[in-house]
Design a protein around this ligand. Structure first.
Ligand SMILES: NC(=O)C1=CN([C@@H]2O[C@H](COP(=O)(O)OP(=O)(O)OC[C@H]3O[C@@H](n4cnc5c(N)ncnc54)[C@H](O)[C@@H]3O)[C@@H](O)[C@H]2O)C=CC1
Ligand SMILES: O=C(O)[C@@H]1CCC=N1
Length: 257
């Protein structure tokens, strides 16, 4: 299934890497387009079977799936310049651009479109990927779920929920990284070398996530298991609450919506 990726930046490049590592679309069916050659050269060096071009139209001609991974403010000019066929499937990664707006940029307003919001862990095949569809069949929705479930966890959600879910997951990965950074700072003050601390905290975060994902449990249940009555963890938990930790996270996610 020929797949074009327009834009080889953080997202487009990561999606290209994830797709090339996956089994659903062979690497030689993927063509990536970007105005600067250097990003394409890096991709090509990693995955020699990938095709690359600096010409967006060359990339989309004959492609069944077209993944648009340019900045939101470039979407209008990039999409409007493409000569698209009705049967092609357009997949926009741009945060904050609704289907209604995307439809203005294409000739066939009824063409099948998806909005796709991964996070940067897609390069590690560990993305949380949100998918919304417009004029798509059940088979097309399943195809997208199958492709992106290979790169982590993919979920189909209605478009009206995508902004909130983007703030929680795609922006949210940055908040989790911020926690890792802060915990490292605490460790450094207490004499733990940053590199050691980084691995310690990253594994702890991964472990917390695995507890939730593997056991379908709830954070409260898992926190309760850690907090020995009269022990040391509850002192930290109470300090977090005194300092407004939950409130800060809630406000950060709402601010990103
Ligand atoms: N960075 C992230 O974590 C996420 C980004 N997104 C969305 O992904 C899109 C891309 O964001 P990033 O990858 O972060 O930006 P980026 O700046 O890293 O990548 C954009 C790429 O598009 C290329 N480009 C510029 N003009 C072009 C043109 N006319 N034709 C083809 N390519 C062109 C640039 O050279 C660059 O390589 C945005 O719309 C953003 O909202 C969505 C979810 C997460
Ligand atoms: O910050 C942004 O606008 C992009 C979209 C979601 C994550 N990064």
């Amino acid at each position: 299934m020929k797949t074009a990726i327009i834009g080889a930046g953080n997202m487009g490049g990561s999606i290209a890497r994830g797709l090339a590592k996956g089994t659903i679309i062979p690497a030689n069916d993927i063509i990536v387009s970007n105005p600067t050659q250097s990003k394409l050269d890096v991709l090509k060096a990693e995955f020699p079977a990938l095709q690359t071009t600096r010409d967006n139209q060359e990339a989309v001609t004959g492609a069944e799936l077209i993944i648009l991974a340019v900045k939101p403010w470039l979407m209008k000019s990039v999409v409007s310049e493409l000569k698209l066929k009705s049967k092609q499937i357009l997949i926009s990664v741009a945060a904050g651009i609704p289907f209604e707006e995307l439809a203005h940029y294409v000739a066939d307003k009824e063409m099948t479109m998806f909005r796709l919001i991964p996070n940067t862990a897609i390069s590690e095949m560990e993305s949380m990927t949100l998918i919304s569809s417009r004029n798509a069949s059940k088979e097309q929705e399943q195809l997208l779920l199958d492709i992106f479930n290979q790169m982590g966890l993919a979920m189909l959600i209605p478009e009206e929920k995508i902004a909130a879910a983007t703030a929680m997951t795609s922006c949210g990965i940055a908040y989790v990284l911020k926690y890792i950074q802060a915990a490292m700072q605490a460790g450094i003050e207490m004499g733990i070398y940053p590199k050691d601390g980084m691995r310690m905290i990253a594994q702890s975060v991964k472990g917390a996530a695995e507890l939730i994902l593997n056991n379908d449990t709830h954070p409260s249940v898992e926190i309760d298991k850690v907090c020995t009555p009269g022990g040391i963890t509850i002192k930290g938990i109470n300090e977090l609450e005194h300092r407004g930790f939950s409130s800060a996270i809630i406000n950060a996610i709402k601010a990103s919506k």
